[in-house]
Design a protein around this ligand. Structure first.
Ligand code: MBD
Ligand code: FE
Length: 282
């Protein structure tokens, strides 16, 4: 059973991501106006038709696509598929007006309501949590430089095996997930461990596409954050580590140079300084 421990079953993490989406996000989605659905659906379908004509797509290929889409649903991997191959462009368009921090995609593994740890503290972790200890300090400011007291930083990331709590089996609830708040000068200090590079599940439909196309399944090691403050736009971002072999070919196309950390060795692990600049809400 050790193999499954390192490669969580697609049906398991896929189904969790699908349920998560339904309970957290679906209720907040507004109806899309008819004109907009008409425009977007027609353009996407014409792009598909154009590809079929250009490459003379065969019935065998059409049926392979049908079988794959059926499996994508059965495996619960629609959230994974969309977040890995589509979300980065949605994020680009949604945040192009911003003057403050660059953000990037949320991905499928955010869970709201992680335990609160104040402005200086450790994320929930196991005794002897594997991985290099990381002490991260920073400040949250507004675009005009004003420190933002009482800002909220939600942090979540994979463990040293590349597994996320609440999505992979056998990991305590909320492991490596915490909610922090900034002090009166906008500062925070977070203790965690360095995450490992992450391989998206390879045993489901997304893995089948990757194998069939000769791609790889890797994302570079990353820390996920959501940073919010009253009167400011919510920032969703990920932070990366220099030298990771997948920084230049992230399967999810979500790496940006502005999101690179610069950790330095310390007595017991590493320290890093990285702060956030939030845009005032329009
Ligand atoms: C992840 O951990 C992730 O961050 C993204 C974007 C997609 C799949 C898994
Ligand atoms: Fe992730």
């Amino acid at each position: 059973m050790t193999a499954t421990h390192h490669a969580p079953a697609a049906a398991e993490s896929g189904a969790s991501a699908t349920e998560r989406f339904k309970s957290d996000k679906l209720a907040t989605v507004a109806d899309t106006p008819k004109e907009r659905v008409d425009l977007l659906a027609r353009e996407v379908l014409s792009a598909v038709h154009e590809t079929i004509r250009r490459h003379k797509v065969t019935y065998d290929e059409y049926n392979a696509l049908k079988a794959w889409l059926i499996r994508l649903g059965e495996d619960g991997e629609w959230p994974l598929f969309l977040d890995v191959w589509v979300e980065h462009v949605i994020e680009e368009v949604a945040t192009e007006h911003r003057q403050g921090n660059k953000g990037t995609i949320e991905g499928p593994y955010y869970v709201p309501g992680a335990p609160e740890r104040g402005s200086r503290g450790s994320v929930p972790m196991r005794d002897n949590e594997p991985g290099t200890p990381l002490v991260w300090t920073g400040r949250v400011t507004s675009t005009d430089g004003t420190p933002l007291a009482g800002a909220t930083i939600e942090l979540w990331h994979a463990d040293a095996d590349g597994l996320y709590s609440q999505f992979a089996p056998g990991i305590p609830e909320w492991n490596l997930r915490g909610t922090f708040s900034t002090g009166s000068d906008g500062s925070f200090e977070i203790r965690t461990v360095r995450p490992a590079p992450y391989q998206i599940p390879t045993d489901g439909a997304c893995g089948a596409l990757i194998a069939a196309a000769g791609w790889h399944a890797w994302r570079p090691a990353h820390l996920h954050v959501k940073v919010s403050a009253p009167g400011h736009e919510l920032l969703t971002a990920q932070l990366y580590f220099p030298g990771d072999e997948h920084n230049d070919d992230d399967i999810a196309s979500a790496v940006k140079p502005e999101l690179m950390l610069d950790p330095a060795p310390a007595e017991d692990g590493e320290t890093v300084s990285y702060g956030f600049v939030l845009d005032p809400a329009a």
